[in-house]
Design a binder for this molecule. Structure first.
Ligand SMILES: Nc1ncnc2c1ncn2[C@@H]1O[C@H](COP(=O)(O)OP(=O)(O)O)[C@@H](O)[C@H]1O
Ligand SMILES: [Mg+2]
Length: 70
């Protein structure tokens, strides 16, 4: 469904996410925990495609069938 490989992301030259790798491969409810300023919103902006990673890769796979098939 969603995979992040060594994602670095941030604003201008200010890197907020450092080498984030994760994989979500089955439908479930996930939470992202962290204090204010930890980078939660930056992570969501990056997976949503609003922010382009400085390096690394965000991959959405099988999105259509996941949404249809539940
Ligand atoms: N639009 C922006 N431009 C520059 N820096 C930002 C911007 N939004 C957030 N930041 C910075 O990115 C860091 C992480 O913020 P954010 O992702 O909003 O954290 P959280 O959602 O976990 O509170 C903070 O240091 C914040 O100041
Ligand atoms: Mg936030």
């Amino acid at each position: 469904m969603l995979k992040l490989d060594n994602v670095n992301s941030g604003y201008g030259r200010n890197e907020i996410l450092h080498s984030i790798s994760l994989e979500i491969s089955r439908p479930a409810i996930y939470v992202v925990l962290g204090p204010n300023g930890a980078g939660k919103t930056t992570l969501f902006r990056t997976v949503a495609g609003v922010l382009k990673p400085m390096s690394g890769k965000v991959t959405w796979t099988d999105r259509t069938s996941t949404l249809k098939g539940g």
